[in-house]
Design a binder for this molecule. Structure first.
Ligand code: SAM
Length: 392
């Protein structure tokens, strides 16, 4: 068992769906429950259809195959690094959600990875993304920059590097990173087509020509082996039921000696004041919902172990926080969660799974509003970040 992790007994794992290595028992392709018609469980399920199209990849000079070149190579257009292919059929059907991990049969405790596609790999279509892409969520993610979310990586970036951003969301971090490695080609991928459209629009207004966005699956990246110098992922692994499989896939597309940069928050380590039982309940609900989705809300503490187990070398771990304590940032963080508590996919899932009610979620929203208006209030979002090297 990884030190500091959840208990590793079978009984514990079955009760909570947690494994001794911080991963959550795989929900795999056992899908028995349907979300309500038109619910977020349907809208936000990362189904195969979401991943078929490469969205709005600009046309441009292509550099062709043979992407694993040295620094003296000519600069590739980012679209040339991306090789969209017809994905294997996903087992996911709209409206289906995975079994409760607590209901999983004992043999799942054996630690085998649960393939969800004909290739034997996991894929995004097998999973439910807890937050979804409600406007309140995307607005929150769009606040992120390389400076406030990827500072640990910045000193390692050089012009000309080829960079992949996994689970890029609206792409604001990706675009900042693209500015730093320009003219190096940058590709941002996300399993959700809608947010890729947002990222593409953001790229268009950035004026950068070295970045493209495409729908894609972090478990099965549409790129050749060894064609990126840097792979970055921010707050993505916590949403996956097999983060180590996604990290192994990241290792595949990195050149030997290439750089992995991953950063995850750790919900269990968040700190806020003043105390409010409604916010405690929000945290408890968030853990229930993510665990039900096969995800690990406390991913930060597991990150170094996951990276090492995925075969990376030279694992360097640091941490950094977001702090919301001044009036503007309190208002921003509090109002965002006020809305997310009742309107986002998380809220719909909390009710659909039977963990909460709309009345309770309205109470939680009121707690965030009250927190934001308290001049003494503070909230710290703890992150763990890891830099590591793909082995030669
Ligand atoms: C919390 S958001 C982070 C977005 C962005 N990295 C940021 O920090 O602003 C997580 C993103 O990962 C995406 N995602 C979830 N599972 C994925 C998968 N298997 N492959 C690719 N993207 C995935 C979700 O659609 C979502 O947009």
């Amino acid at each position: 068992m990884v030190p500091g992790g959840y208990g590793g007994t079978t009984a514990h794992r079955r009760a909570g769906g947690q494994r001794g290595d911080g991963r959550v028992l795989c929900n795999g392709c056992s899908r028995t429950r349907s979300g309500p018609e038109g619910s977020s469980l349907q809208r936000y399920h990362l189904c195969a259809a979401d991943r078929l199209a490469v969205t709005a990849v600009p046309t441009g000079p292509e550099d062709g195959p043979g992407l694993a070149r040295t620094a003296s190579r000519s600069v590739a257009h980012p679209a040339s690094l991306w090789q969209p292919r017809v994905m294997s059929d996903s087992h996911a059907e709209p409206g289906e959600v995975a079994d409760d991990p607590a209901d999983a049969p004992a043999e799942r405790d054996a630690g085998t990875r649960h393939a969800s596609s004909a290739t034997g790999r996991r894929d995004a279509g097998c999973e439910v993304y807890t937050h979804g892409h409600h406007p309140s969520v995307v607005r929150g993610h769009s606040w992120r920059t390389a400076e406030n979310s990827a500072e640990y990586l910045l000193d390692h970036l050089r012009p000309g590097q080829r960079l992949l951003d996994l689970g890029c969301g609206p792409g604001t971090i990706t675009i900042d990173l693209a500015a730093r490695v320009a003219p190096g080609p940058v590709v941002g991928i996300d399993a959700a087509a809608g947010v890729i459209n947002t990222a593409t629009a953001n790229a268009a207004t950035s004026g950068l020509t070295n970045v493209v966005f495409a729908t894609g699956d972090g478990y099965s990246i549409d790129a050749a082996d060894a064609c990126f110098d840097v792979v970055h992922a921010h707050q993505v692994l916590q949403h996956l039921s097999d983060p180590i499989a996604a990290l192994e896939e990241a290792r595949r597309v990195l050149v030997p000696g290439g750089l992995l940069a991953v950063r995850e928050s750790d919900y269990g380590a968040f700190v806020w004041s003043p105390d409010d039982v409604r916010l405690d309940r929000w945290m408890q609900l968030y853990h229930h919902v993510t665990r039900r989705n096969g995800a690990q809300a406390d991913a930060g503490r597991w990150l170094p172990a996951w990276v090492r187990q995925a075969g990376f070398a030279d694992v360097r771990t640091t941490s950094s926080n977001w702090t919301f304590a001044d009036p503007d940032s309190r208002q921003w963080w509090g109002s965002q969660w006020q809305e997310r508590a009742t309107a986002s996919a998380f809220a719909e899932q909390a009710v659909a799974y039977g963990f909460s009610t709309e009345t309770e979620l309205a109470d939680i929203a009121a707690a965030f509003e009250q927190w934001a208006g308290d001049p003494d209030a503070m909230f710290v979002v703890v992150h763990v970040e890891v830099l590591a090297t793909a082995p030669s």
